[in-house]
Write a protein that binds this ligand. Structure first.
Ligand code: SF4
Ligand code: SF4
Length: 406
């Protein structure tokens, strides 16, 4: 864990050049220095030097960030902007109450997600939730809620998938599948597709006991909870003795590839070497001959946590190019969808502006389908495309590949 001196060392790398202004989706909208990394880093510097004190205003400024990683990716000085902003949030949180942090803590501790989703399922089945849509504060979120409850199951996916599936061919690699909360509770067809693909490819598949990847706690500045979750997952996944750990969620992948080293140094670094995004595995092991043709135009929407967090851009595109007859289109503007975890809930208006811009560039590209690899991006793109009354389908890479596998 980083101390104040180390944090100041990280901050000192920033030369205040301001280049990050060019790339920040939020600065493009509000044109305020506090929206961009340079402005936030300056305030965090003052905070570490005790020239300013933690305050609700500072918390608000630090919260207004997608943690998309574009600034870190562009920065020539190698400034770890995301980590610094998270550390800034954690310092401010020690003095200023943060309701979002409390809620995340409440939900992620003691497996409350399981009981919460079960209750939501029952409420929805009994249609008790219907009147909620007429409550003013709930209304703007209702389309998201409808999408979430569309395919809601009583139990998480981890209950219905076998804990161990033996290899069916000579390729005796053992893969541990990290399902992730969104796919476990909401987008179960994504997790089912991944499981089917892994078994069709003949791998041994294990599904160790798992908790949240730690990313929501991390981004809310709750480092203690994030570490607790990361340590739990490292232990259960190490005990599974898997050769590789695979995830189909860009945010989980970003967390599993970075947080272990942050919290556990060498032991964490060792764990991270086994983690792969599903596109990396498919690129290596999927035989194009097993795919049926798809004659349509398709584009890949880069989740920020994949493209900037994990530096993965080409692999999912290469996998899509395996599909006979498919036309792969590139967007003229590779923007953020604006969902960004809990950012959508706390900054709905800005999130909608970014989501709508994204929907427009998808529509202009003339594609039939958009493929992505983040359940939150999928939710946001789907909602915004429906707002624009198009029938363009949004699928996770694994859903699309599984549909086309013979
Ligand atoms: S974070 Fe990087 S790009 Fe932004 S002002 Fe500092 S040095 Fe420049
Ligand atoms: S992480 Fe993204 S939203 Fe936050 S300051 Fe950097 S570019 Fe802007």
């Amino acid at each position: 864990m980083v101390n104040i001196k180390e944090l100041q060392g990280m901050l000192d790398l920033c030369s205040r050049c301001g280049n990050c202004q060019q790339i920040c989706p939020l600065y493009a909208e509000v044109k305020q220095e506090t929206a961009v990394a340079r402005g936030k880093l300056h305030l965090i510097s003052l905070l570490t030097e005790k020239e300013i004190l933690p305050s609700p205003k500072l918390q608000e400024i630090l919260d207004f960030c997608l943690l998309c990683g574009r600034c870190a990716d562009l920065c020539q000085n190698g400034v770890s902007t995301n980590t610094i902003i998270v550390l800034g949030r954690s310092i401010v949180n020690q003095s200023v109450q943060r309701p979002k942090r409390k809620l995340i803590r409440y939900m992620l501790r003691k497996d409350r997600l399981k009981t919460s989703f079960k209750s939501l399922y029952l409420l929805h089945k009994m249609r008790i939730d219907k009147p909620l849509q007429y409550i003013g504060k709930v209304q703007p979120y209702w389309p998201y809620y409808q999408k979430i409850t569309l395919d809601l199951k009583k139990d998480p996916l981890s209950v219905s998938l076998p804990k161990i599936t033996q290899s069916t061919n000579n390729n005796n690699l053992k893969i541990a599948y990290f399902i992730g909360c969104m796919n476990n509770f909401i987008s179960q067809s994504v997790g089912q597709s991944t499981y089917k693909i892994l078994t069709k490819l003949g791998f041994s598949v294990v599904i160790p006991e798992q908790k949240c990847c730690g990313m929501p706690a991390w981004t809310s500045g709750d480092l203690e909870l994030s570490e607790e979750l990361v340590r739990f997952n490292i232990q259960t996944f190490n005990e599974s003795n898997a050769d590789l750990i695979v995830t189909d969620c860009a945010s989980c992948g970003h967390a599993l590839k970075h947080l272990p080293e942050y919290f556990l140094k060498q032991e964490g670094k060792q764990f991270q070497t086994k983690v792969l995004d599903i596109s990396e595995l498919l690129f290596q092991y999927l035989n194009p001959d097993v795919l049926r043709p798809y004659s349509g135009a398709v584009a890949f929407h880069d989740p920020c946590h994949l493209r900037y967090g994990q530096k993965i851009k080409d692999k999912p595109r290469s996998v899509l190019k395996f599909i006979p007859d498919l036309r792969l289109i590139e967007f003229y503007n590779p923007g953020c969808c604006g969902f960004a975890g809990t950012f959508m809930a706390s900054h709905l208006e800005t999130s909608q502006i970014l989501g709508s811009q994204r929907a427009n560039s998808i529509i202009d590209s003339g594609v039939n389908k958009v493929i992505t690899s983040c359940p939150a991006c999928q939710l946001q793109l789907d909602k915004n495309l429906r707002d624009h009354e198009t029938s363009i389908e949004v699928l996770n890479l694994v859903e699309f590949i599984n549909q086309l596998m013979k």
